[in-house]
Design a protein around this ligand. Structure first.
Ligand SMILES: *Cc1c(COP(=O)(O)O)cnc(C)c1O
Length: 429
């Protein structure tokens, strides 16, 4: 039987760092990544036949769990009839209708192939529509890896301690302004758009302070800038109508991804008909894609949206709330100080040796995420059969497939893991 080490060794020969996305590589936690061969519901299995309760869930792309029967059936059905045509197909209309029906104010969407493309294109549209150049983003929010948005990114960018990326020119980011999360920046008439994760989920989990999003909305209105909600994580997860519904604040443009692809590569951006019709072919902002609105991805996304009701998302949020409280207590009892902030069904995990308050911005998140504890904790959890994301800046994704028993077992596994880390720390002193 082949091992994870053998696969990673082969991978490193032909893929830089052995991965296609840095966050998967274990650079932040050390060791060898497990190579997944299959997933089912809340679980994934690796090449060594080991099974883990999975809280990565493709970083949120999976809401109903892996290989859901109805999603698979939809994919098989589409695949047999051809997977891409370069002509309009019913699937893109159906998914767009399903999205617009759920999100108040969302009238039109344009599908792309990733969340990166969605955010990048939304910014281009905002600049084209307003005729302005400046974009404001928040420190620690991640909007994909396009040049103009990579500065002060969360997720892997934060984990590697990078201000941005080599290869991004000063010119490319010259019109990007970075502000601390949870502080409303003072805008002026040069600002085309403010882009924000309505719940920041790429520096652990940092929720918006009471009134932050509304004040942002008002500041945008004051100067005529567009407000862009990057709902690549929150969309169709936080509530059926996403953050717009959850916080009762409406952006001008939305970015989506992850959930709406049902596990296939998808992104979308959308807004009012007036703004969206500035896109080619009706308008002068160019944007295109060979595989955009891909029939497989549309079918998977539609299957997921059809499976999920408001009631189920509320029940999931309720389950996560109780679980977060249990986890915080259990980890604390095991000798580590833990904070488990949660918003809806989104949940973050911060660990320290001393008591602390949950962070409100990247500066505060860094102080905790960089303390080195998460890497040890991650491995103690993994050997006990719980797969967390291999980086302290990521959150835990609880899918609709995680049963109360899965969650209960995870609490005791993570408490054991915390105990092991606490003991290792005290003997090292
Ligand atoms: C994952 C993510 C993106 C980028 O999506 P990709 O599909 O990885 O390109 C953008 N914004 C947010 C908030 C994300 O979490």
């Amino acid at each position: 039987m082949s091992t994870n080490a053998q696969w990673f060794e082969r991978a490193q020969r032909v893929l830089p760092g052995g991965v296609d996305s840095p966050v998967r590589s274990f650079y932040a936690v050390g060791g060898t990544p497990y190579t997944v061969v299959s997933g089912a519901g809340a679980y994934v299995s690796d090449v060594e036949g080991r099974t883990y309760i999975d809280f990565v869930q493709s970083y949120g792309a999976s809401l109903v769990g892996h290989a859901h029967r109805e999603v698979v059936a939809a994919l098989v059905d589409v695949a047999a009839r051809g997977t891409t045509f370069g002509a309009p197909t019913p699937g893109e209309v159906l998914l767009a209708e399903a999205m617009c029906a759920r999100v108040a104010g969302l009238e039109q969407v344009r599908f792309v192939s990733s969340g990166t493309e969605a955010a990048m294109s939304a910014i281009r549209l905002a600049r084209g529509y307003t005729g302005r150049a400046v974009v404001v983003k928040f420190d620690g929010c991640y909007h994909g890896h396009s040049d103009a948005l990579l500065v002060a990114g969360g997720s892997g960018v934060a984990q590697m301690g990078l201000p941005g990326s080599a290869g991004v020119t000063a010119g490319a980011v010259g019109d990007t302004v970075v502000a601390p999360y949870n502080e409303v920046p003072e805008l002026d008439e040069r600002v085309a758009a403010v882009i924000v994760e309505p719940v920041a989920a790429n520096m652990g989990l940092v929720g918006p302070d009471e009134g932050f999003l509304r004040a942002l909305r008002e500041e945008c209105d004051r100067v005529g800038a567009l407000l862009v909600f990057d709902e690549v994580i929150t969309g169709f997860r936080l509530a059926l109508g996403g953050a717009q519904e959850f916080f009762a604040v409406s952006p001008d443009l939305w970015c989506f991804g992850k959930v709406i692809g049902g596990g296939l590569p998808v992104g979308a951006f959308g807004g009012s008909r007036t703004v969206m019709e500035s896109l080619a072919p009706t308008g002068s902002v160019y944007q295109a894609g060979t595989l955009s609105g891909n029939p497989m991805a549309m079918a998977a996304g539609l299957a997921v949206l059809s499976l999920v009701s408001a009631r189920e998302l509320e029940a999931l949020a309720e389950r996560v709330k109780g679980w977060a409280e249990d986890l915080e207590v259990a980890l604390g009892d095991s000798g580590l100080a833990a904070r488990v902030p949660h918003v809806g069904s989104l949940l973050g995990l911060y660990l320290s040796r001393e008591g602390f308050e949950p962070p409100r911005n990247l500066r505060e998140a860094r102080a905790i995420c960089d303390n080195g504890l998460y890497a040890q904790f991650f491995h103690e959890a993994l050997v006990r059969g719980v797969a967390l994301a291999p980086g302290a800046y990521e959150i835990l994704f609880v899918s609709l497939a995680h049963s109360p028993q899965d969650l209960e077992r995870t609490v005791s596994v993570l408490a054991d893991a915390a105990g092991a880390v606490a003991r290792a720390g005290s003997s090292a002193r």
